[in-house]
Design a protein around this ligand. Structure first.
Ligand code: URA
Length: 254
């Protein structure tokens, strides 16, 4: 069908509408949009409803890393760990076990996880293993109050003191790395396998103990855990050799 408008009239009308702000061309016939909605297929009665797509869960280690990097001081790091809700261990623990000793000390000792006494007191190495550790340190002229800083890989007690799971170690290690960076020790002492796993990425304390390694730009020495020495006192001889090694290193770089 031929248009009743000539070219110049049609063009003038179009320009007039554009001036009024029209940005879209509409169809000649109206569209019933309510009718269109009904045309969307509905699930058949009795058919299982299609669940909405799940939002992607954040990786706990990424969340921990972000929170840890944002912490500019040890108290801020403690708060960040207190606010971390991705680790199930937190629900069963009485306290967050953050640290003990002197922040800024030359030696930082990294233990495994809180036990009953540590969970109750909120301090690492508060029980029998801690008392033995204090005596070991004293033997080479160090003390918890003045010359060492202590923490653990895990800040919450695992149920029945079970070994930490690899997933727990993985998600909490970003906090540990930040803890070391903020405490700025010269030397790290790793007590037992779990600490070696978290810091060095390897296990086998019998082979690793007494040998200097490197992690997070610091010299690291693995040692037998004092709780192991309580069960295996004959190994104290080797622990003594490792303590002397630590003492010599401190003296060499004093
Ligand atoms: N064992 C550890 O590794 N850390 C503690 O704090 C107590 C026992």
């Amino acid at each position: 069908m031929e248009s009743a408008l000539d070219y110049w009239s049609a063009r003038a009308l179009l320009e007039w509408q554009a001036e009024l702000g029209a940005t879209e061309a509409l169809c000649d016939a109206p569209v019933d949009r309510y009718g269109l909605e009904q045309a969307v297929p509905r699930p058949k009665p009795g058919a299982a409803p299609v669940p909405p797509p799940k939002p992607k869960e954040a990786d706990p280690a990424d969340v921990a890393g972000k929170a840890a990097r944002a912490a500019a001081s040890l108290p801020a790091l403690r708060d960040a760990m207190q606010g971390f809700s991705h680790c199930e261990l937190k629900r069963g623990a009485r306290n967050l076990v953050f640290s003990d000793g002197r922040p800024g000390a030359r030696v930082m000792i990294i233990g495994e996880a809180p036990d009953r006494d540590e969970d109750l007191q909120g301090k690492p190495f508060a029980g029998r293993a801690g008392q033995l550790l204090d005596r070991m340190l004293e033997a080479i002229g160090l003390s918890r109050a003045e010359s060492v800083y202590l923490t653990n890989v895990l800040p919450w007690r695992p149920p029945q003191n079970r070994d930490p799971l690899p997933a727990e170690i993985g998600m909490l290690t970003p906090f540990l790395a930040r803890h070391v960076a903020l405490a700025e020790p010269e030397i790290l002492v790793l007590m037992g396998n779990i600490s070696c796993q978290a810091v060095l990425g390897k296990r086998g304390i019998t082979r690793l103990r007494g040998r200097w390694d490197q992690a997070w730009d610091k010299p690291v020495i693995p040692m037998f855990h004092p709780a192991y020495l309580l069960r295996q006192p004959q190994q104290k001889r080797l622990a003594w050799a490792d303590l002397l090694e630590l003492k010599a290193r401190l003296a060499a770089v004093a």
